[in-house]
Design a protein. Sequence first.
Length: 264
Amino acid sequence: MTAENHPVTFVGAGPGDPELITVKGQRTLMDADIIIYAGSLVPEAVLKWASPETAILNSAAMHLGEIVESIEKAYTEGKRVVRLHTGDPSLYGAIFEQIAELQKREIPYNVIPGVTAAFAAAAAMGMEYTLPEISQTLILTRMAGRTPVPETENLASLASHKASLVIYLSISLIDKVAEILRAAYGEDAACAVAFRVSQPEEKIIYTTLNELSDVVKEQEITHQALIIVGKVLDISTDTLIHKSKLYDKNFSHGFRGGDITSDK
């Protein structure tokens, strides 16, 4: 009898809190026969949704060939395979190279998105990255390290826009990051570091770019942390002046009348 084959599912685990996984992701974990998870980043707490009978593999020490081989073997055996990535798989998830290998083998797949750490950090901080007339752009990026970035996307170039900026995978390069950000935003600009956001060890540290390097070193933060900078960090509920048109009683749109009519 031929085994029924099921598409491989890439699932975004979210930022770490098991309850911040999507409902669809949770259900997929519950139904999985085998879960291959990125153990260097995905907390084991997220695996609480797996069945006791589910086989679990930690891919932290596996290379691409070993991961794909494990997926292919389970798939051909008719097992429901989940590839569990941290945050959202589309962001620094290295899923496309896995997808390419699956396509070569004609193995079907689907992807379930997840909450990335930048948005979990904003929730923890009670902030908005896109405040009217302050910033309407959010840039998610990283410093070049062992993995290079295109020259047109170097941090200095992106920082020159002075948009809301969240830097991933770069806390170990904090001296260089701080130097670049100071040149663009100014030494006294507000910034924040979000460490293991949504997890029990979470730390949100507010500081200035002038103090950023020293604070990170004093707190001994060396991994799993975001660096957040932008003019929105200078705005508090007391200093908020500009408000959106969305809830302005004088602003008319397709769902509400008002004294001002606009399509924006």
